[in-house]
Ligand binder design. Structure first.
Ligand code: PLP
Length: 379
């Protein structure tokens, strides 16, 4: 097992591993830091995301809380590549995870750590899929779960949360409001809050998307990664994975990071707005509205990290209208057979515009993340 510790992603102050939240010094997200893992380190024999255990926050002898998350296919889509105007395009199909989204990866890591520290229960605010994933992993760990979700969350996702035995609190308002209720409940009950980037281990699970992408391409990085970004955990996870692979010499140090394309909905785009303004943090978005519920995150805690990633990779952050989100969700499904979530229609719409005006090169090899299952949105 590698040794690892927790440090602030911004000021590098050290932090305790147990019941970890934000940095006690500056309030920014904490990151797990590992001793460099070299390429002759054997990957685990497991056939789920814990295959990358040498890079994950596991204690000696600990068995992860797992439902077979990760190791999702990367499906090449030549017709879509032609339609959008890039050389090659793959869809990394995260819909094939337990409970139908990449949130499973984060919850597998976070619930493993929460169980390891003996918490009485776990609680999360969600725009939908994080709640469904936590409900499932809580059940797997034998821990009680409470979920705060907007009433407007797609019905199939709310049904999944309840089917897994979690206590579902439907709220008027958005995920930011759910976040406040989560923290108040955690303070009174002792339940451990597992909110995006407020808790440092979810992003560790998200990292495995980056490991898999590199491995599926033969241990190299694509030119461009397109991610529909809400709280920022998926984007930050992929970036962190590639930093760690490069540090250990797993990928060519000449080319560590792709150009990141952050896709947001026109009705909730705090990061795209801040990037265009040249800001290093995002102002809260008032009255977030979009059918792509995973993108309805008005005050993302990962704002500084995502904006830094965009600056460092000459990235693109842009928005798509509800109409073009629907159009590209339909095209993704009908032209590839992949069960596309609206978030990923958003990703394709933003990519298409960025290629059309030259911000993404036509010669690029592109990986687009289908972060969730369309089935979760069909009421
Ligand atoms: C959560 C979610 C997103 C946004 O991911 P972040 O890591 O919060 O940026 C995108 N798509 C779907 C389907 C989601 O569930």
């Amino acid at each position: 097992m590698p040794t690892w510790s927790l440090r602030c992603s911004a000021c590098d102050a050290p932090a305790a591993l147990e019941r970890a939240g934000l940095c006690g010094e500056c309030g920014q997200p904490l990151f797990a830091r590992y001793d460099t893992v070299s390429r002759d380190t054997a990957l685990s024999m497991r056939w789920d995301m814990w295959r990358y255990a040498p890079f994950l926050p596991l204690l000696d002898g600990e068995i992860p809380v797992s439902l077979g998350e990760g190791l999702t296919p990367m499906i090449e889509a030549p017709a879509l590549a032609d339609a959008i105007g890039v050389r090659r395009l793959w869809i990394k199909d995260e819909a094939q995870n337990p409970t139908g989204s990449f949130k499973a990866r984060g919850m597998s890591a976070a619930v493993t750590r929460a169980k390891g520290q003996g918490v009485p229960g776990i609680v999360v605010p969600t725009a939908g899929n994080a709640g469904a994933a936590l409900a499932a992993y809580g059940a797997a760990a034998g821990l009680p779960v409470r979920v705060y979700a907007p009433r407007t969350t797609p019905r199939p996702i709310l049904d999944t949360i309840e089917a897994m035995g979690a206590e579902l609190i439907r709220i008027d308002g958005h995920i930011g409001d759910a976040g406040k209720l989560t923290l108040a409940f955690a303070a009174e009950s002792g339940y451990f809050p597992i909110s995006t980037l407020r808790e440092p281990y979810r992003v560790e699970g998200m990292k495995t998307m980056g490991f898999e992408m590199a491995e599926q391409l033969g241990w190299r990085v694509p030119d461009v990664v397109v991610y529909p970004t809400g709280g920022g955990e998926g984007t930050v996870g992929i970036w962190k994975a590639l930093q760690e692979l490069a540090a250990g010499g797993w990928i060519d140090a000449g080319r560590i990071q792709p150009q990141y394309v952050v896709a947001q909905a026109a009705g909730c785009a705090p990061i795209a707005r801040a990037y265009h303004a040249g800001a290093d943090r995002a102002e809260p978005w008032i009255d977030p509205v979009t059918y792509a519920s995973g993108l309805r995150v008005p005050s993302p805690l990962g704002d500084r990290l995502v904006l830094r990633i965009l600056r460092e990779t000459q990235g693109v952050a842009d928005v798509a209208s509800e109409e073009s989100i629907r159009e590209w969700t339909r095209r993704l499904a009908t032209e590839t057979g992949i069960d596309a979530a609206p978030e990923d229609g958003c990703a394709l719409a933003v990519l298409r515009d960025a290629v059309a005006d030259g911000r993404v090169q036509a010669s690029a090899e592109v990986v687009v993340f289908n972060t969730g299952a369309g089935a979760s949105y069909r009421a």
